[in-house]
Design a protein around this ligand. Structure first.
Ligand SMILES: Cc1cc2nc3c(=O)[nH]c(=O)nc-3n(C[C@H](O)[C@H](O)[C@H](O)COP(=O)(O)OP(=O)(O)OC[C@H]3O[C@@H](n4cnc5c(N)ncnc54)[C@H](O)[C@@H]3O)c2cc1C
Length: 548
């Protein structure tokens, strides 16, 4: 839109969103001398980042070297290139690998952000060239005391039923938590010390508050304001039902997450059905629409950070039904996922992003996505809860149950003979520790989320042979989309017709994803999000004033 008659606020850099990508941008812009404001649509801050595991994937980071893990620029590039399928932009990938370690050091030195190596967490394709089966690139958050946030502690986004146990993900995953004395846990509780995405979002918001960066909640950015030369000079937001015009002398940074909650955009762009978003429900692609209006080039539009999800009746966040991601559920022994023909269609224990692609297999004869709907099938000796609900006599109704596989197939309307045949074949291999059809258990990754009281591959392989049998509906879901305005290595948005759009930046899930179809390892979304936030903040602060 053209220049408004009034400005309600004037800053150098306006950042749209308050997730990790946004807050990192805001901090760097402020540290480089810009006057900054954060505009957040929700009445809470932190976005999906605050709901997340908070893990960052940063190849060749300093914690790795300190903890004795080897990595190099060459290994990191070889790894990403081995997964590129020709879709990654070399310059952006090199920028990611080169700047990630610098971003991490800067954030740890200058903000409360603090991480440690998530020991043993393998890359998601660990056997690929340059992959790290022993982990090191994935970083887990140290605990962050929410008491330091004052009244903002209540305003960090979280799932309605979230329980904040005061231990890091590493402590929990490795069982070290068992050795933590009660009084230590109590002392942590007294300071409201939180881990995972809560720690990351909390420490980033604290970084903004320490710099006195104003964070405006319930302020939904809607339209970019362009001058006569098509430079972006501000944004029209909506606040209390009214227009709110923000002048941004140097830049507007779109960090408003993906478009996974906007059904029209999902249908328009994604490569196949996606019915189970697990992210913050405000992520409706407003940033994408604004960039399109301004003439941005788009990239990676068909992609998302895929993950299988389950809808549990009653799960709502701010009036919208969200899905739970499933990880251990499809990794533990005595579980498989089948389609309506009762057939398996993938290594269920593979990383979620890669698994997500399998839901989009299309049969040209029957003209259908043959792997949707899909069902998780387990037996009564299966040990993991499904979407936090135990399997067994107390299982809720949405976990379907039957005394035989044929009855279960009838109950969920899938091919009974197909299911019986599939389970028989799976069981035959599973007892030997083999999966001849999909090689489940072969990769180091396959065991990570499984039953670690067993030796691989029995961490993930075990027969489905003890009735009653159970089934849960699995949907094609996403942690967020990762298509959006294309950028250069400074995170400046490119114009569809060539050149950059002066004064416009995009970062995080709102930008055309730097790693294309790939999820490098745990933290593979937040690592790049913060790295390009770091770059965008510095670059935006150094822009000339586009408006007086
Ligand atoms: C359960 C779960 C676990 C996860 N674990 C991990 C993990 O451990 N590591 C990892 O790398 N990734 C993880 N992810 C994915 C990761 O959380 C997201 O990819 C990441 O948080 C995206 O960051 P972002 O800053 O781009 O967007 P977000 O964190 O989603 O922030 C976007 C913000 O923009 C706001 N917004 C939207 N529209 C507007 C508007 N018009 N105006 C102003 N504000 C707006 C939103 O309200 C939101 O606050 C996980 C996701 C989930 C759901």
């Amino acid at each position: 839109m053209a220049l408004p008659e009034r400005w309600d606020m004037e800053v150098d850099v306006a950042v749209l969103g308050s997730g990790a990508s946004a807050t990192t941008t805001a901090i760097l812009a402020a540290d480089n001398g810009a006057e900054v404001a954060v505009l957040e649509r929700a009445d809470v801050v932190g976005g999906t980042t605050a709901l997340s595991g908070g893990v960052l994937w940063v190849p060749n980071n300093h914690h790795m070297a300190e903890a004795g893990f080897e990595d190099s620029r060459e290994d990191a590039l070889a790894y990403l290139n081995s997964l590129s399928l020709g879709m990654m932009d070399d310059e952006l990938v090199e920028t990611l690998v080169d700047t990630g370690p610098e971003m991490l050091r800067y954030m740890e030195d200058n903000t409360p952000v603090s991480l440690h190596v998530f020991e043993g967490y393998p890359d998601y394709h660990p056997e690929n060239p340059g992959g790290k089966p022993e982990g090191g690139r994935s970083l887990d958050n140290d605990l962050f005391p929410f008491e330091e946030l004052g009244s903002w502690a209540e305003r960090i986004n979280h799932q309605p039923d979230a329980v904040f146990f005061p231990a890091t993900m590493l402590e929990i995953d490795t069982g070290q938590v068992e050795a933590i004395p009660q009084e230590v846990l109590e002392a942590r509780r007294a300071r409201d010390m939180r881990s995972t995405g809560q720690a990351l979002a909390g420490s980033l918001i604290k970084g903004c508050l320490d710099r006195e960066i104003p964070v405006h909640t319930a302020t939904r950015a809607r339209e970019l304001i362009l001058d006569d030369s098509d430079a972006v000079v501000g944004v029209r937001a909506e606040r209390n039902g009214e227009d709110y015009f923000v002048k941004a002398r140097k830049a507007v940074v779109i960090a408003s997450g993906g478009f996974e909650w906007n059904e029209d955009l999902v249908k328009a762009f994604l490569r196949g059905p996606m019915t189970a978003p697990t992210s913050s429900p405000e992520n409706e692609g407003d940033g994408l629409l604004m960039a399109m209006d301004a003439g941005a080039a788009l990239g990676n539009m068909s992609e998302a950070w895929w993950i299988p999800g389950i809808h549990v009746p009653g799960d709502e966040m701010r009036g919208r039904t969200f899905a739970r991601l499933i990880l251990a559920e499809r990794t533990w022994p005595r579980s498989i996922i089948v389609n309506r023909y009762g057939k398996r269609f993938m290594n269920e224990a593979a990383n979620y992003n890669a698994v997500g692609h399998a839901f989009h297999t299309f049969d040209p004869n029957t003209f259908e996505f043959i792997n949707l709907p899909a069902w998780l099938i387990v037996d009564s000796r299966y040990q993991a809860p499904i979407a936090r609900h135990p399997v067994g006599p107390d299982a809720p109704d949405w976990i379907r149950r039957a005394g035989t596989l044929a009855e279960l197939a009838d109950e969920i309307d899938i091919d009974a003979a197909g299911l019986e045949e599939t389970v028989a074949r799976f069981n035959e291999g599973a007892v030997r520790g083999e999966d001849p059809d999909f090689q489940r258990g072969v990769s180091a990754y396959d065991s990570y989320n499984g039953d670690r009281s067993q030796e691989p591959p029995f961490t993930t392989l075990g027969p489905i042979d003890t009735p009653p049998y159970y089934a849960a509906l699995i949907e094609s879901g996403a942690l967020g989309t990762k298509g959006g305005p294309k950028t250069n290595a400074q995170a400046q948005v490119l114009r569809a017709r060539g050149g950059v759009i002066p004064g416009l930046y995009a970062v995080g899930n709102a930008m055309a994803g730097v790693t294309a179809m790939v999820y490098g390892g745990a933290g593979g979304t937040l690592g790049p999000g913060m790295t390009f936030g770091y770059i965008a903040g510095m670059s935006a602060a150094r822009e000339p004033d586009h408006i007086a």
